[in-house]
Write a protein of this length. Structure first.
Length: 584
């Protein structure tokens, strides 16, 4: 556990040194304990960065955050703050001793000593200098005065916040993190409103955040997906209100019309993420709760027509599936069944019908549905979907114990796209050991003949020195423990990377045979290498061989030494010498 007494031993020296320089140079603009164990600091660097450090009673650092773009757990700004805290707290008793917190006590004492008139004077004075403070104060006490327009106030604050973090129409990575941090305070406020059953202000807050943030999303570096999270959390607030039993019919209806308007007027929420689908689901949920059937169906039909004309199958299919689901929810089963029958080109809808047939053990109907799905997939040129349906046929074959169909399908799945071990074993398990021996030998023989024949047809100038049998049969030989045959193919290739690929399978039984390949391959690879990455790779592979064939360590080192001697003078390769030296 990182602690104020040991953090200097746990942080990288480079970050530690720069953090100490920042501390000694006075780059910490401000640092204070905002609540017990939670320290906030502002540290000056290429920009001003906010640091948060959480320290428990034993001075263990439980959490540390900085809004700079540095990716590691501890950056130089956090390190600077830690040096400050270590010096400030080293003579003090543990942090839970409230008598040793002068900053917090001074502030609390000051508040208590002020008169009402003094506080009022300060508020007026500060509000004149800081308009945001005035707005924040009015929002905090909005329940005290009905004239306060909460929605306008929040819109004003969010617009200012977005402008503050936007430069030349773009929000860069650093600013996006700062923006999100400030927005999280508003999200917390929204959830606090819900906890207090203040659904009106929670809704007003979301309206101020959701659309403006979705609009700037495309012009932001949101590499960490944090802006996405704020948008999702805003939608979650709407969802919480919509499902809350204490929220009024009126507020839920307002949310329904708001979402309906947003979705009808723009594709904004679909352009760069899946927010739109979440909003459609929420609109569906509210339409059921509020019994606004026709509003939702009219909306869905308009979207289906729109995306049929635009040839956007994904969006059209989403809306068709949603309409079927909605019709079922509101008890209009006949219409749902008719639409289901008309939408069988949609995989998910057909799959649902297949599942129903399988659940009732109507395997004949299920196979008919699957056959139609395969036909549609072939017509659309979707081989992945075709395979999905064939796996459904395999599922039924297993339920029916149809061995011949299981063999046919698992054989195709096992070998068609490289070896699939799961399907290979399923295929194998349909045979007894003696019959399997005949089956697999026949398959191997067929592969050898076919591969050799195709290889022979190739141009002599372009084809490999021998048929590519290792690629076709290597993994089968591993599964069947035909290691002698595997070794023969590996020896033919005589290639370092290929040999290393099969190293773990062969090294126990054939260490000497592998070493013969390695000694020559290491030298060749070293002579043709030209970058530190390649030298590092060579050294790591030599190290692996030494570890796995320890008796031959000196022979491997002799190759490394030969390369070191050769490249110690012209042509010099200092990076190679440095990487290979670790072996000694």
């Amino acid at each position: 556990m990182l602690n104020l007494s040991n953090f200097e031993n746990e942080i990288s020296p480079a970050i530690l040194m720069r953090g100490k320089d920042y501390y000694k140079s006075g780059n910490i603009i401000n640092i204070e304990e905002v609540e017990e164990g939670h320290w906030c600091a502002e540290v000056e660097g290429s920009d001003n960065y906010d640091v948060n450090i959480f320290i428990n009673n034993d001075n263990n650092i439980t959490k540390a955050q900085c809004d700079c773009p540095h990716d590691s757990f501890i950056c130089k700004h956090i390190a600077a703050a830690l040096f400050h805290l270590k010096d400030e707290l080293k003579e003090k008793t543990p942090l839970n001793n409230k008598e040793k917190k002068p900053k917090k006590n001074i502030f609390e004492s000051l508040i208590q000593s002020l008169s009402k008139a003094e506080i009022e004077d300060f508020l007026r004075h500060y509000a004149l200098q800081n308009k945001n403070f005035k707005t924040e104060l009015e929002l905090y006490f909005s329940d005290k005065d009905e004239r306060i327009n909460v929605e306008e106030k929040y819109q004003e604050l969010i617009k200012k916040l977005l402008r503050k973090h936007t430069s030349h129409g773009y929000i860069d990575y650093s600013d996006s993190k700062k923006l999100v941090r400030e927005l999280q305070n508003y999200i917390k406020t929204g959830n606090d409103y819900i906890n207090k059953n203040n659904f009106r202000d929670a809704f007003s807050l979301v309206k101020a955040i959701l659309k403006p943030l979705a609009e700037v999303h495309a012009e932001s570096d949101d590499s960490d997906g944090e802006i996405d999270n704020v948008i999702n959390e805003s939608i979650e607030i709407l969802s919480s209100i919509s499902s809350h039993d204490k929220a009024s019919f009126e507020i839920k209806q307002q949310i329904l019309f708001y979402i309906h308007t947003e979705l009808c007027n723009s594709d904004l929420y679909f352009d760069y993420s899946d927010f739109g689908y979440d909003l459609v689901r929420l609109l569906q949920q509210l339409s059921v709760i509020l019994k606004k059937d026709e509003i939702f169906i009219t909306f869905i039909d308009a979207q289906i027509e729109k995306f049929t004309k635009n040839d956007n199958d994904y969006r059209r299919e989403f809306y068709q599936r949603t309409k079927i689901e909605f019709l079922q929810q509101i008890g209009r089963e006949i219409e749902a069944n008719i639409l289901t029958h008309e939408s069988m080109d949609i995989v998910e809808i057909r799959q649902a019908e297949v599942n129903k047939a399988i659940d009732t053990k109507d395997y004949t109907k299920a196979k008919e549905l699957i056959a139609g799905g395969i036909k549609t997939a072939i017509a659309k040129g979707h081989p992945g979907t075709e395979d999905t349906w064939k796996k459904e046929l395999l599922r039924i074959a297993v339920l029916e114990n149809d061995i011949l169909t299981i063999r046919e399908l698992t054989k195709n799945f096992a070998f068609d796209h490289g070896l699939s071990v799961a399907f290979y074993n399923q295929y194998k398990n349909t045979f007894n050991p003696d019959d399997w021996k005949i089956e697999i030998e026949e398959y191997i023989s067929t592969v050898i003949q076919k591969t050799t024949k195709e290889w022979a047809k190739g141009s002599v100038h372009w084809r490999s020195a021998h048929p590519p049998l290792l690629q076709k049969l290597g993994n089968i030989y591993i599964q069947e423990k035909y290691l002698d045959r595997l070794l023969a193919l590996v020896e033919k290739e005589n290639n370092l990377e290929i040999t290393l690929h099969y190293h773990d399978d062969l090294v126990k039984d054939y260490p000497q045979e592998l070493l013969v390949i390695y000694l020559q391959a290491f030298e060749i690879f070293g002579n043709y290498s030209a970058s530190r990455g390649q030298y590092k790779y060579l050294a790591s592979m030599m190290k692996k061989v030494i570890k796995d064939i320890p008796k031959e360590k000196e022979r491997v080192l002799s190759v490394a030494n030969k390369l070191i001697i050769k490249y110690s003078s012209k042509p010099r390769r200092p990076a190679m010498l440095e990487e290979l030296s670790v072996l000694f």
